[in-house]
Design a protein around this ligand. Sequence first.
Ligand code: GCB
Length: 617
Amino acid sequence: MKKLILLLVVAFVGAVSARSEVMIADVFARQTTSLDGKWNVIVDPYDTGYFDYRRQPYDANGKITGGYALDKQAKDGELIEYNFDTSPTLNVPGDWNSQDEKLFYYEGSVWYRKKFDIVKSAPDHRLFIYFGAANYEADVYLNGKKLGKHIGGFTPFAYEITKLAKAKNNSLVVRVNNNRHADAVPTVNTDWWNYGGLTRDVLLVETPATFISNFRTRLKAGTTNTIEATVQLDGGDKNQTVKINFPSLKIAAEMTADTNGVARFELNTPNLAWWSPENPVLNDVVISCGADELKDRVGFRSIATSGTDILLNGKKVFLRGICIHEEVATEGRRAWSEADARMLLSNAKELGCNFVRLAHYPHNEHMARVADELGILCWEETPVYWTIQWTNAATLANAKQQLADLISRDQNRASVIVWSVANETPVSEPRTKFLKALVDEARALDGTRLVSAAMEVHSGTMENHPGAKPENHKVVDDPFGEYTDLCSFNQYTGWYDGTLEKIDRTTWSIKYHKPVVISEFGADAKQGLHGETTTRFTEEYQAELYRRTLPMLEQIPGFSGCTPWILFDFRSPRRPLSGIQDGWNIKGLIGHNGEKKIAFDVLKNFYGEKAKADATK
Ligand code: GCB
């Protein structure tokens, strides 16, 4: 087993939660031991695994007395009706739906079991178990003891196992359940596949007794060459010397952390090259404290708005974007690996993008890391989608936690410029209050990025357009727009709203003097299906919709970018049209067979022109 070190994040980016779990940020910047591979599984639609045969899971003291968590082998005539050792296996990471035909539509519980040994490099070191994500909830047990329950399908979580772990033959059991719930985030109805399972990496992490639990580096606001760095220690001996070193910039500093374990640095460098899509400069950084050392690569840039402009490093930028789901369409599965991220983002690059919207939930960490490297700006999003229980305090707490965990995980990624708190949520007072609470949370945790959401539009007129025909006039006046940095909305003129010729007649009123980023438009097209531009589901209809929509959007004052829907076709149970959709949302510019549609080149040409125009400014 490899040696490992890690990073546990508690709190300078947010309050320490009462949860038993701890957050491990920048896990890929550390040495870890992977628990990926084959895990034994028991599919359990009735949740039988919670109980023993007497249906008694806990004794009076809360000790688990039965159920699959104990991972028992029958001896001396004992009746035990499960056996992980002889059970089938699934790959981790991976959704279960694409690994076994019987699980394609499955929504319920699957129990996962992995055995592992531990080799600690020093007796006082600490151990953690880290999960990249489990959709939607996970109950985690080590050697028959419950570590905790995690709720939320797209964010990482970790537990300390220092005391519970044995040298040999540890049994890690996880019940993953992907049932949809009305009070969950997202709620019961979404236009994507509800992939279940341990969908991202599972890692063992070892740290010294006191270690670097978190760090954040960024360009100091209002400066051009001052790096601000904050380092947080965790453990019993916090008054230690913390060192930070940027070898390629030839700057380094050290200081003693305060009694809370926090060290704050400001470093000036005349040699700071800013990160941008044209020049995605990443600088090595080494942070150390005693035996703990963390290595990462970070970029520095500024992002702001001024009136209707978006300013990257003080210069106006047009966001040439595309939406992406976390899916490998050609294999019909969740994406999870660095190679998957590279495949998705390279296709966006080929399209001429400098921006991607990672819809509609936090994607895996590789995405922002690869985007950092390739020079692609990112919009990251929480799964507050369509209708959520706006007045349910627990639902809000869950949404906030998912947002906080996403920010904590990706705060060092220069590519990430937007935290999006929601998608297409119908206007109401409780909803606006809910979303405002998320905006406040995002700004409190990270005041250096833009905050937005994909809003809706409606037809009608506003005072400033008295002559407009209400049926052709689109209005953006969502009260939530007061609170966001961007004015972003989804619009489907020519697809859900009329046919293609309506696009040419459409006029706009936008209430907000902010940069306008159209977060979605698009049309279904079956790759390889050809016909008239008037025939729905043909590649020609989709291409024509793009040809007409792009000039229409250019008429909107403050038009600063767009992320059409979507790069690849993706699985959706809401799309049953036989012979055409067959369970796929086919608005991709690339089909689920991997072949490009005509519209790919239409958008590519538009972005080519935009890039040329930007370069000459
Ligand atoms: C939307 C949603 C997106 C859907 C898309 C569609 O507005 O935000 O999740 O997949 O429309 O294809 O209908």
